[in-house]
Design a protein around this ligand. Structure first.
Ligand SMILES: [Zn+2]
Length: 363
């Protein structure tokens, strides 16, 4: 007998082929076993029928029959119980007394979805694409050169104090503003020389700063940045202001939204402006959210500084003025905040976010 198999019944009691069938039948009719257990014990890899096949010669000797006859008997038993156990399982599925109906509709079931900020990022990206800009992806981990030096913030420049961030080592940091993407695009495109094609690029990405957080400041936030460059002097502040108004009126779905600009210093633009929207909480009268000013700052903008062009392509030293460009960068979380009348930017990354507050975002 094959010693690896368990002897789960007494072979000495087997006198005829009918005894084999009765052994199988006794398991099939057992009331102590459910259908899956019967299937396992009769048809399983270590089940009864497999054991008969493993001990084929031993059984053949006991029964004293032809090898081919025993093969026919065992195969018949196998196919009979395969069919019986299959029918039993189907009967269970078709049992009308079963109270579980897998086709019943779920009620009051919470369904997961995208974070409201992710939903809004898709919307602003669609708006930028509709205005003719193409999306550029850029990593969060950047070099000191990309984040600072290339955009006219050399080492020891006092402007670096405004953008303290998380440093990985002496050369690498988590980007503090999406402006870090400009050098890579400008280097790539300006070096094409006569094959240069106007740049209309944008990115919406996460930025990180070492900030003291309050209602309008977070250490982690989205920025939307646009870069528009022509190989002539056609880009000017009028185009910039019209572009900013278009972005705001499309995003807030309000062509009358009040946008205010005022001169401001940003090292990567000349001239530079600060862009603010009328405070939606007080209607411009002044409240705690807008620090009583009636306006909420959205970000900075301006015409691309000549040093940014030259840092991208040294050969432009004497001919940087052949190019003109504009750029803007908006704190995108603030735009979502304003759109949904939420008065604390920290709420977006709250672990217990109330989806009802985003009624203008999640329909
Ligand atoms: Zn206000």
């Amino acid at each position: 007998m094959n010693s690896k198999n368990k002897n789960i019944f007494d072979y000495s009691k087997i006198k005829s082929a009918k005894d084999l069938e009765e052994i199988v039948s006794s398991i099939f009719c057992s009331e102590d076993l459910d259908k899956e257990q019967k299937k396992y014990k009769i048809l399983g890899r270590n089940g009864l029928i497999q054991e008969f096949f493993d001990n084929f010669s031993y059984i053949q000797n006991i029964l004293n029959i032809e090898r081919s006859d025993l093969g026919i008997i065992l195969n018949r038993i196998k196919s009979e119980y395969t069919e019986k156990l299959k029918d039993e399982i189907q009967d269970t599925r078709n049992n009308t007394n079963n109270t579980f109906d897998p086709t019943l509709e779920y009620k009051n079931q919470l369904i997961g979805g995208k974070h409201p900020l992710s939903v809004e990022v898709s919307k602003i990206n669609e708006i930028m694409i509709s205005l003719g800009f193409s999306e550029e992806e850029y990593p969060t981990l950047v070099t000191d050169f990309e984040n600072f030096e290339s955009i006219n913030i050399p080492k020891e420049h006092p402007a670096r104090d405004m953008w303290d961030t998380f440093w990985i080592d002496e050369k690498h940091l988590l980007k503090t503003q999406t402006t870090a993407f400009q050098n890579s695009i400008l280097s790539r495109e300006l070096k094409k020389g006569n094959d240069f094609k106007p740049i209309r690029a944008f990115t919406t990405d996460v930025c990180l700063r070492n900030e003291a957080t309050d209602t309008r400041h977070e250490i982690c936030f989205y920025q939307t940045e646009a870069l528009y460059v022509e190989h002539n002097n056609s880009v000017n502040m009028v185009i910039l202001l019209n572009l900013i108004r278009s972005v705001f009126s499309l995003y807030f779905d309000n062509s009358n939204i009040k946008v205010k600009t005022r001169p401001a210093f940003f090292p990567f633009v000349e001239p530079g402006i600060e862009v603010a929207c009328e405070c939606i909480f007080c209607g411009g009268k002044g409240c705690n959210t807008c620090s009583q000013s009636g306006w909420i700052e959205m970000g900075g903008a301006g015409l691309v500084h000549r040093n940014v062009f030259m840092n991208a392509d040294e050969s432009l030293k004497d001919k940087y003025s052949e190019y003109s460009g504009l750029a803007f960068g908006f704190g995108f979380d603030r735009m979502v905040l304003l759109k949904n009348k939420i008065n604390d930017i920290r709420y977006f990354r709250n672990k217990d976010i109330n989806i009802d507050l985003f009624k203008n975002t999640v329909k």
